[in-house]
Design a protein around this ligand. Structure first.
Ligand code: PSV
Ligand code: MN
Length: 431
């Protein structure tokens, strides 16, 4: 397919030409440093080259809170423009070649044409996300008090039907997974029978599972609270893994980093889910207090590193089908979403590269010998390494920009788009 990338290739080449000499110098210096520790930098670069993370179609527009939304001049106003912005992120970062769509937000009439359009921008589609946490105009049965777990059979049927439609759309788009997150739960003690609500959820998800193609996964996304503030039906990884086990081998768990109680040990959850063959994927973001949907690595980069440390550890003990889906799920309320997503992809890639640097043999030996300080220092040594020359070299080699945010600003993309894209609404509401 003939690809037509949004930013002029000359611009990227020119950007790189002024920086490539310094980068080579930094890469070689890091290479010598790593070699002294018995690590070949080109091996790490090869792994980073193959690393990819999907971007959410809903993340390229300015997000908002229930208080306000501050529009950004030149932000995308329709799916074509969203894809264009996703293509910019991938063109410059070369780490995000897939887009995760959300329905009905991304509904169109011709999905074959949409797939073609994305392909021309150098993009493909990742897991489809269903939405039964919001009523659509004229919807016959409201999701206000539940969707897949609703007490009302007609409401459950509607929610199931929507998920089945998402699978059909996903097939046309070339996706191979559906992520199911429901807002179902309760705001008041006594509002809901915990057991019956879960039973209804399990019955509904079984109907969706039955329609999954053989080579598809169904990813169950847990979340402790919001919009239900007292209890949610799939509140944590425990309920999620039990549901996935009951549904069958194509059902796995998706870990959204923001969906846990503060201070929960997420890296340990990753290890547990992998141990039982149920680690399906991630929604990366960062948080300080709740589901803040901040940029990955912006608050707690160490946690991100520890998550990847478990993933690299899991590679040593791979279970059949171990291939977690990496996606970003963020809300960019005060930054340019393109810049945030480029920065997040960089943080996620860096966390992966650092985890690859951990001397596993030394770590395991220290763990076996109960040498606490040595084990801890083994992780610290890797975490302290500045791996940015590796990521930059990989980006340049793949045709991206050495300093992607600088290149994005040099290209003047947002200013150019502000002149041609329509202004967007300031309406408050969680996007
Ligand atoms: C819910 O908070 C969530 O993390 C789910 O993944 C949704 O699909 C997404 O956010 C919607 O913004
Ligand atoms: Mn999510």
């Amino acid at each position: 397919m003939n690809t037509q990338l949004p930013i002029q290739a000359d611009l990227v080449d020119q950007h790189n030409s002024t920086r490539s000499e310094a980068l080579r110098d930094e890469y070689d210096s890091l290479g010598r440093q790593l070699e002294r520790a018995g690590v070949r930098i080109d091996d790490i670069a090869a792994r980073v080259t193959a690393f990819e993370v999907a971007i959410p179609s809903w993340g390229v527009g300015r997000g908002g809170t229930r208080f306000a939304r501050f529009p950004l001049a030149g932000e995308p106003t329709n799916l074509d423009e969203k894809l264009e912005d996703c293509a910019v992120i991938n063109q410059l970062s070369r780490a995000t070649p897939r887009v995760s769509p959300h329905f009905p937000w991304d509904k169109v009439t011709d999905y074959a044409a949409l797939r073609e359009e994305a392909g021309q921008l150098g993009l493909a589609f990742d897991a489809v996300n269903s939405n039964t946490f919001q009523d659509q105009p004229g919807q016959a049965h409201s999701y206000a008090t539940g969707s897949l777990s609703s007490t009302c059979a007609a409401t459950r049927d509607l929610a199931i039907e929507h998920n089945l439609e998402c699978i059909e759309i996903g097939k046309a788009l070339g996706a191979q997974a559906i992520t199911v997150w429901v807002g179902d739960g309760a705001n008041f003690a006594g509002q809901q029978d915990f057991t019956r609500a879960l039973d209804r959820y399990l019955q509904s998800t079984a109907a969706i599972y039955a329609a999954l193609p053989d080579d598809w996964l169904m990813m169950l996304e847990h979340k402790m609270y919001e919009p239900a503030f007292y209890a949610t039906v799939i509140q944590d990884w425990g309920t999620s893994i039990l549901a996935a086990q009951q549904l069958g081998p194509k059902a796995k768990c998706l870990v959204d980093l923001g969906h846990h109680a503060p201070n929960v040990n997420i890296e340990q959850i990753v290890a547990r889910l992998h141990h039982f063959g149920k680690l399906g994927g991630f929604h990366f973001n960062d948080s300080k207090y709740g589901d803040d949907d901040l940029d990955a690595g912006s608050i707690n980069p160490h946690q991100l590193f520890l998550v990847f440390n478990e993933l690299v550890e899991a590679e040593l003990n791979p279970l059949e089908g171990f291939d977690p889906a990496y996606m970003i799920d963020q809300s960019h309320n005060v930054t340019d979403p393109i810049e945030s997503m480029i920065s997040s992809a960089e943080e996620i890639t860096a966390a992966f590269a650092k985890a690859l640097l951990v001397d596993r043999e030394a770590l395991h030996a220290a763990q076996e010998a109960n040498d606490v300080m040595l084990a801890y220092q083994t992780l610290r040594r890797a975490y302290r390494t500045d791996v940015s020359p590796i990521a930059a070299m990989v980006r340049m080699t793949k045709g991206g920009a050495i300093a992607p945010i600088a290149a994005y600003r040099e290209a003047g993309w947002r200013t150019t788009k502000a002149a041609v894209r329509k202004p967007t609404s300031t309406a408050a509401g969680i996007v």
